[in-house]
Design a protein around this ligand. Structure first.
Ligand code: GRF
Length: 214
């Protein structure tokens, strides 16, 4: 299939992975998911990839002498498959420069908060504990830091007094499943321009989307 060649890295349930697979198969994303990379061979996302017939690169970090060693193997695989865009979707490991530098400008992540608020683990719990009335979702380029790369798109989600981690997580997940395929479709159409920390979405309709609170 022609179009953007995508690899997804994930360690968990795979709801974002599934949304990306569906968007690629129904043509919303002009491209194909060529590979799932997972450090958790037992994860639900791996079953989802197998059901969809998507090749998996599965590994156990403890089988390697260093993070750099398993990342070098992954980079070779990505290069062999001519991957254009690496999409992190609940991949629970910090990347080293081996991948970050090889795929600079072609490596993105989705995070369940309005960055720079609440980076790192348990962003939804952090937001609830802090008592914010508004949180959300950020899609960003990955750099060497923890959720610090240039921001591509954000969506806001209101937090109600009754919200629990489960209910807020469900609201956030539902919006993530729309936003991530949409952002990846912008890459497939060549609309995302990165200059320093500034990200421009070249089509006007998409620029408006990035500014619309949901
Ligand atoms: C999502 O909430 C995403 O924002 C975060 O990890 C979670 C992955 O969920 N980075 P899923 O595995 O896609 O269901």
């Amino acid at each position: 299939m022609s179009g953007l060649r995508i690899a997804v890295f994930a360690s968990g349930q795979g709801s974002n992975f599934q949304a990306l697979v569906e968007a690629a198969s129904n043509g919303k994303i002009k491209g194909s998911i060529e590979l799932l990379v997972s450090d958790k061979p037992q994860a639900l996302v791996v079953q989802k990839a197998q059901s969809a017939g998507i090749p998996c690169h599965l590994f156990q970090p403890k089988d390697y002498p260093s993070r750099e060693a398993y990342e070098q193997e992954i980079v070779e695989k990505l290069n062999n498959l001519k991957i254009d865009l690496v999409v992190l979707a609940g991949y629970m490991r910090l990347l080293t420069p081996v991948i970050v530098e090889a795929y600079a400008g072609r490596l993105i992540n989705i995070h369940p908060s309005l960055l720079p608020a609440f980076p790192g683990k348990n962003a939804i719990g952090q937001a609830l504990d802090y008592g914010v009335t508004l949180t959300g979702i950020t899609v960003h380029f990955v750099d060497g830091g923890m959720d610090t790369g240039p921001i591509i798109a954000q969506r806001a989600v209101e937090v109600s007094a009754e919200d629990t981690a489960e209910s807020l997580g469900a609201s956030i997940h539902a919006i993530e499943q729309q936003l991530y395929p949409e952002v990846v479709s912008w890459f497939a159409r060549g609309l995302v321009k990165l200059e320093g920390r500034k990200v421009t979405i070249l089509a006007k309709e998409c620029q408006e989307n990035t500014q619309t609170a949901t």
